[in-house]
Design a protein around this ligand. Structure first.
Ligand SMILES: [Zn+2]
Ligand SMILES: [Zn+2]
Length: 259
């Protein structure tokens, strides 16, 4: 399967796992002064760890950052299969306890040491610190990672330019609160957003755009307004055997259950 490596800055790479000609899932490699960490592991890229190690070798960082005592770490944004394809090769993983339990990660990857992470936790890679934010909605335990020194925010599937899947109504309801919380906590602390699907990077004000889109969709779902009034398009579609509504909000799409 085809994948593509893109350098984001001196010590950050994006790996695009091309699922088809038009669809991709993206994961990241971050090198600190002491440790290297991947965020997510693609879907078809069972060799995600090897890809990461190859990048570090080429950058002349492998010997400094990787050893038996210091294996490459991995942090997972959320428990969906298109983010954990290559997880099996890692020895240590960070993830929310909620998604770890919800998606049966323990049973599927029993040999990996699990380090649960929650809002406010920090992962220190050596002069490079990631701060963890809980961002439930797309999945109950979705996380976002703020790279404090490099001023970018990794948001998984929760904030991106493509389809934002809301697997249940409860997730959709609470998502607005997640967005305002994340916006408040990270205000002025980053310049760009790196999402897992769609185009990247996205501008810093994109959280606000997704929030406005969410608000419009909720008004329609609560029958307080109509798609025409809100300027959004709605289509009914089939997805994995169930009916969903696809709300095209311009900046992003929301997939929600049909009402
Ligand atoms: Zn997902
Ligand atoms: Zn995804």
């Amino acid at each position: 399967m085809a994948y593509e490596i893109k350098k984001y800055n001196e010590n950050t790479w994006m790996i695009e796992d091309w699922l088809s000609e038009v669809s991709l899932t993206r994961f990241f490699l971050l090198a600190g002064k002491d440790r290297a960490l991947m965020i997510d592991a693609g879907m078809n890229t069972k060799n995600a760890k090897e890809i990461g190690e190859g990048i570090l070798k080429e950058a002349g960082l492998y010997d400094k950052l990787i050893s038996e005592e210091k294996p490459m770490l991995i942090a997972i944004t959320h428990g969906h299969g298109d983010h954990m394809g290559g997880l099996g090769a890692f020895s240590d993983m960070y993830m929310s306890l909620t998604d770890y339990q919800q998606f049966g990660v323990e049973n599927n990857y029993p040999g990996i040491a699990f380090h649960p992470i929650k809002e406010g936790d920090k992962i220190d890679l050596g002069e490079r610190v990631l701060e963890v934010f809980e961002n439930p909605g797309h999945s109950p335990g979705s996380l976002a990672f703020l790279d404090i020194q490099n001023r970018f925010l990794v948001t998984g599937d929760s904030i991106q330019s493509g389809h934002i899947f809301m697997t249940d109504d409860e997730g959709m309801k609470i998502f607005g609160g997640s967005l305002t919380h994340l916006e408040e906590k990270t205000a002025g602390r980053f310049d760009e957003i790196l999402g897992s699907h769609g185009s990247t990077p996205l501008p810093g004000d994109y959280i606000g755009k997704v929030y406005q889109a969410w608000e419009k969709v909720m008004k329609c779902r609560n029958k307080e307004s109509t798609p025409e009034k809100e300027g959004i398009q709605v289509k009914e579609e089939g997805l994995n055997g169930r009916k969903v509504l696809d709300y095209d909000c311009g900046c992003c799409y929301f997939y929600c259950s049909a009402q």
